[in-house]
Design a binder for this molecule. Structure first.
Ligand code: ATP
Ligand code: MG
Length: 289
């Protein structure tokens, strides 16, 4: 069980119209078994932060630590392994291969780990069924609805045994019932596997599913939900209900953000192992739609 820690992350994007200071020294620790949501206005740096946690983007300064290792210090091979095996990442823009089927897309990350296509697809199917796509397994992704594509992207992140989940607006295209089922699934995986889960979201209902909420604004992260974001008429709701029991350590941990791609399968080509395989009872309701 490993925590995900972001230490003083700074990122500036050079731009013709003037540099964009996307992150201005963000610190956050997400403990094993802790589910953390990051809210924030569009353009506040949320996706930037998640991509750094996944090792997909390097900070100008600062560090991302997972399992006691600094991601920036890994060799190219080790970093690729971190992204492939340790991280389950749900991209805001999905990044699916249009002509490939839902199953092939969800299976894709296993192919770099010695799985044959058939083995990878067998491992991916239970996750597609779990997100309510059992009737769309062979559909090319470019013929799926946006909500269905989003659920393929979620299934892809969950295939294998990710040791950290990084999800960028995973309910952005889902109705509230399906969104709630997705949030329940993420929370259940977080608790069952005792992995850190970081959720970037604009979804008002998400705060009720997580252990704590942070707000990112203008590249600066703060604990809690900003008052104006919880005001009546705002697109956010009240602060998180203290539903899930956060690990004691996490309660005092500094706020931070992070996330990454899905993990690799066990040496065998079998479907999601143990906690991953048969959908836990609490998360058994398929995500419809
Ligand atoms: N490659 C880039 N080059 C220049 N500017 C960038 C680049 N990527 C992001 N930005 C800028 O950095 C800021 C943060 O972007 P980011 O995508 O992290 O925001 P976000 O909080 O995820 O927004 P949203 O809620 O709309 O997804 C934005 O102002 C964006 O325009
Ligand atoms: Mg974003």
């Amino acid at each position: 069980m490993s925590a995900l820690e972001l230490r003083d992350l700074v990122k500036r994007y050079p731009s013709a119209g003037g540099d964009v200071q996307a992150l201005r020294g963000v610190c956050l620790k997400v403990e094993p078994g802790e589910f953390v949501a990051i809210y924030g206005p569009s353009g506040s740096g949320k996706s930037t932060l998640l991509m750094m946690a996944a090792g997909l983007l390097a900070p100008d300064s600062g560090a991302v630590l997972f399992d006691g290792r600094e991601i920036a210090g890994l060799s190219a091979r080790e970093a690729a392994r971190y992204r492939r095996r340790d991280v389950g990442f749900v991209f805001q823009a999905f990044h699916l291969v249009p002509g490939a089927s839902a199953t092939e897309n969800a299976a894709m990350k296993l192919l770099g780990d010695g799985f044959t296509l058939g083995e990878a697809c067998r491992a991916a199917r239970p996750w597609l069924e779990r997100v309510g796509l059992g009737a769309r397994l062979e559909h090319p992704c470019d013929r799926l609805s946006m909500g269905e594509r989003q659920r393929v992207a979620i299934a892809r992140a969950l295939v294998g045994e990710p040791r950290v989940l990084l999800t960028d607006e995973p309910t952005g295209n889902l109705d509230s019932e399906r969104g709630a089922a997705t949030l329940t699934l993420l929370r259940d995986l977080c608790k069952e596997r005792e992995i850190p889960v970081l959720l970037v979201t604009h979804d008002p209902q998400a705060s009720a599913f997580v252990d704590r909420v942070c707000t990112l604004r203008d590249g600066t992260l703060a604990e809690g939900l900003a008052i104006e974001l919880s005001a009546p008429g705002a697109s956010f709701v009240s602060p998180p209900a203290a539903t899930a029991s956060a690990p004691a350590a996490s309660a005092s941990a500094p706020a931070a953000s992070a996330s990454a791609p899905a993990p690799a399968p066990a040496p065998t080509a079998s479907p999601p192992a143990a906690s991953a395989s048969p959908p836990p009872a609490s998360a058994s309701a398929p995500l419809s739609g």
